[in-house]
Design a protein around this ligand. Structure first.
Ligand code: CA
Length: 418
């Protein structure tokens, strides 16, 4: 698909993350205004609350865009999703007769503060990147049996903490926890010394369900995608994770990018899941191309320093798609709600430079990295800023996600010291 031309000039740059083909959904405020829904177009944000108030956009009888979340709109269903996208394209296309009316409702992105774009009722994190699972299994368990026996048959996941999901730009405080290093006889209480990122994509459920659904239905129910950094305390994780999986190691924060990129915008980038070693059971069998060709990148910048790119990979490295994860999630009867967030699992590729966590990049601290600015890193130091970037490259245009950024700040004084 070629670039769709907009009268918003900045949106027509082949490298701009927010062309007319994208139209991602976020929540913003400007000085003195309430948080409201907005749509990114080039360097501008279309104020959706104002567009609804003036009657330029009318998707439902009751206003849905004057709220600080997109959940109410998502809940209107996929016909409304298609209707809004078509209306936005008509309003913002080159030659649109509504240009003057729409132009009055555009806010420069530079003047806006971005907020969480949705309310996340529940957050589930999967472990569905094969290279990551093999790497972690090799380090934490046994290189000969790196993949758990169930891994090639079901997307493994655990229920995370929705309350810890935060928007890009929010600082992340280093956690304390119970740790037991290889040289410790007994566990001890301490600051996390192996704080890490996980480069993931987050899928957002846009249609609720209350019974088992098929992979096709799950794909239909997904509203859109964000970049997701699942901050991980590896020293806490290594001690606590067996047999029920991570708990406090993943409870500090999960950062998402501020714009929800819709499934509609990603349609031209669909790719197949990989060859299957074992045929999948019917409830999670592929029903068409369900992954996306999205280039992903991680940068790391010590306080006051320029960032270094430490990893590049692609979302098409996943073994299971978000639709398969969502279908599997419903099999035992769990209802899914509008706004539920599914983390893909860390997305690593086959080579060292494709690894989506510091744990893998530094091989558990045995092979520290040297940043372009000279610092050596195995894990995150206080003041480091980690940024995830994502882009799908079309014919003369880019579908960007908006950066997913977090700076790690020093731990609190020991909260249990008396
Ligand atoms: Ca994760």
């Amino acid at each position: 698909m070629p670039l769709m031309k907009s009268w918003v000039a900045s949106a027509n740059d082949a490298n701009h993350p927010f062309p007319l083909n994208n139209l991602p959904y976020g929540v913003f405020s400007t000085e003195g205004t309430e948080e409201r829904c907005g749509v990114a177009i080039g360097d501008m944000i279309l104020d959706m609350a104002a567009a609804e108030e003036t009657g330029l956009i009318k998707i439902s009888e009751i206003p849905v865009f004057d709220a600080p979340y997109w959940n109410e709109f998502m809940d209107l269903g996929s016909d409304a999703w298609d209707e809004l996208r078509a209306r936005l394209i008509a309003l913002l296309s080159d030659g649109s007769e509504a240009r003057a009316a729409v132009e009055a409702l555009l806010v420069p992105m530079a003047d806006a503060t971005l907020h969480m774009p949705l309310v996340v009722p529940e957050y589930t994190d999967f472990y569905a990147g094969r290279h990551h699972a093999v790497n972690v299994g090799s380090m934490f368990r046994d290189p000969a049996n790196a993949l758990p026996p169930n891994w090639l048959h079901i997307p493994i996941g655990y229920n995370g903490r929705a309350s810890s999901v935060i928007v890009s730009g929010t600082d992340v405080r280093r956690p304390w926890g119970q740790l037991k290093g290889p040289n410790d006889d007994l566990p001890r209480w301490g600051k996390c010394a192996r704080f890490d990122i996980e480069l993931e994509m987050g899928a957002i459920v846009g249609t609720a369900s209350d019974a088992p659904i098929t992979v096709q239905e799950a794909d239909d129910n997904i509203f859109g995608y964000v970049l997701l950094n699942d901050w991980s305390a590896r020293d806490i994780q290594a001690w606590e994770y067996q047999p029920l999986g991570p708990f406090q190691a993943k409870a500090t924060a999960t950062t998402i990018s501020p714009w929800i990129v819709t499934k509609a915008a990603l349609e031209p980038f669909r790719t197949d899941t990989p060859e299957r070693e074992f045929e999948l059971l019917d409830h999670i069998k592929d029903c068409g191309p369900m992954l996306y060709d999205i280039d992903l990148e991680v940068t790391m910048a010590p306080a006051g320093k320029e960032p270094t790119t430490i990893a590049r990979t692609n979302y098409n490295e996943m073994y299971y798609s978000a639709a398969q994860q969502l279908a599997h999630h419903t099999t035992a009867g769990s209802p899914m709600n509008v706004g539920d967030l599914l983390g893909s699992g860390t997305i690593s590729g086959s080579e060292k430079e494709n690894r989506g966590s510091l744990l893998e990049l530094s091989w558990g601290g045995k092979e520290p990295m040297t940043l372009d600015t000279g610092e050596e890193r195995s894990f995150i130091e206080d003041g480091d800023t980690l940024t995830l970037k994502g882009a799908a490259k079309g014919d003369g245009y880019t579908i960007g996600f908006g950066d997913c950024v977090g700076t790690v700040i020093a731990a609190l004084d020991d909260p249990y010291a008396r």
